[in-house]
Write a protein that binds this ligand. Structure first.
Ligand SMILES: Nc1ncnc2c1ncn2[C@@H]1O[C@H](COP(=O)(O)OP(=O)(O)OP(=O)(O)O)[C@@H](O)[C@H]1O
Ligand SMILES: O=P(O)(O)OC[C@H]1O[C@H](OP(=O)(O)OP(=O)(O)O)[C@H](O)[C@@H]1O
Ligand SMILES: [Mg+2]
Length: 329
């Protein structure tokens, strides 16, 4: 009988439900990372097709935040709001690798629209003090963002309040009489409006979006580091490709062109190096915004033809996301 060497996998935590699920799967898909569920839609574990050493775990967005904090997961996709709410020491326990452009939500302080004189946090401070003095009771704030709320109110010097923990439908609390005001996330503002609530002018606690987050507490052995490089290499390659354009130009025989300064002027690079003689094809890459400037300059430098392409992936020797994380481990 042979004993197989067990190699601990890198644990990648992916949202299993809710708003982040579909977008997260699409994000990995763009990076060429196909999620495969182990045995049908009810199994909460899976793998990444073609990337060995990775175990995918399907969890709720808030569980992902706790597992990154404890080190049970190495990498995960979750909202920054949940990271900042759940982790006592964000900087010391995780690295926010990159924002993902979805799951945008703003954590806000909202009060009844009927409170016409209450527009800012300083007004709220007055309301809270008056309630305490005149009615002998504290302002009640309904929220599931207990820690974010406490920190934000402390920064505004507000101490006369009580938190009523809410597990959902927070916006309904003032009308239901279980709290005077709320702290919750909003995206379109529709739920606040439907419940006759308004955001205080300086009541924005955090602008959040989904992030790719790495745990500093997880065990990062050699196998997990190798899997990390593979996963983040693809993610970087897709991001680099999406934001750059490849420019190919046919240069005339005997043409004279200072490729290095042309490249520098247009934030371009020569990913495959400068050709020996300049008559022939040159390949450059530049940021998408800089592409027409570069094309014009090449034409002025007597290029015979210039074409621009989008590319799917741009792999490079550098792996900036992985390097940033590895430097902290
Ligand atoms: N309306 C929204 N628009 C965009 N992103 C949102 C919205 N609501 C929540 N999010 C983001 O998605 C995260 C998870 O929210 P989601 O509603 O999917 O799960 P949940 O509320 O934690 O779970 P559940 O409501 O099932 O208990 C939020 O913390 C936030 O980062
Ligand atoms: O500003 P809006 O676009 O109206 O979105 C905000 C609402 O979306 C979220 O609720 P969700 O639908 O996730 O229900 P939940 O409270 O059960 O999480 C959030 O808690 C708000 O209630
Ligand atoms: Mg929700």
């Amino acid at each position: 009988m042979t004993v197989q060497a067990t190699t601990e996998p890198l644990v990648l935590a992916v949202p299993s439900k809710g708003r982040l699920q579909e977008n997260a799967a699409a994000f990995f898909g763009r990076a060429g990372l196909k999620l495969a569920q182990l045995s049908g839609a009810r199994d909460y574990r899976g793998t990444l097709v073609g990337v060995p050493g990775v175990e995918v775990r399907y969890l709720s967005a808030s569980e992902i935040a706790s597992q990154l904090a404890s080190g049970a997961a190495h990498l995960g996709v979750t909202g920054e709001d949940l990271i900042r709410e759940t982790l006592p020491d964000v900087e010391g326990s995780v690295e926010l690798l990159t924002p993902l452009g979805f799951g945008n939500a703003t954590v806000v302080v909202a009060v009844p629209q009927a409170w016409i004189d209450v527009r800012a946090m300083s007004d709220l401070d007055e309301v809270a003090s008056e309630m305490r003095l005149r009615q002998g009771r504290r302002l009640r704030i309904a929220t599931k963002y207990v820690n974010l709320t406490r920190r934000f109110l402390a920064r505004h010097g507000i101490a006369d309040y009580r938190i009523v923990e809410s597990l959902g439908a927070t916006e309904g609390a003032p009308a239901a009489g279980s709290a005077e005001i709320i702290v919750d996330i909003t995206t379109t503002g529709a739920t606040l409006a439907a419940n006759a609530l308004k955001i205080l002018d300086d009541g924005i606690i955090l602008r959040s979006e989904a992030n790719l987050v790495a745990s500093l507490k997880a065990p990062w052995g050699p196998n997990q580091r190798e899997a990390l490089r593979a996963v983040l290499g693809r993610i970087s390659a897709e991001e680099r490709a999406r934001t750059t354009r490849e420019v190919r130009a046919g240069m005339p025989e005997g043409g004279e062109i200072d490729l290095a300064s042309l490249a520098a002027l247009h934030e371009a690079e020569l990913p495959y190096g400068a050709p020996k003689g300049l008559d022939g094809e040159i390949v450059m890459r530049c940021p998408a915004e800089a592409v027409f400037g570069l094309c014009d300059a090449l034409v002025r430098a007597s290029a015979r033809s210039v074409s621009v392409r989008r590319i799917d992936y741009a792999f490079a020797a550098e792996n900036p996301l992985a390097e940033r994380l590895l430097a902290r481990l």
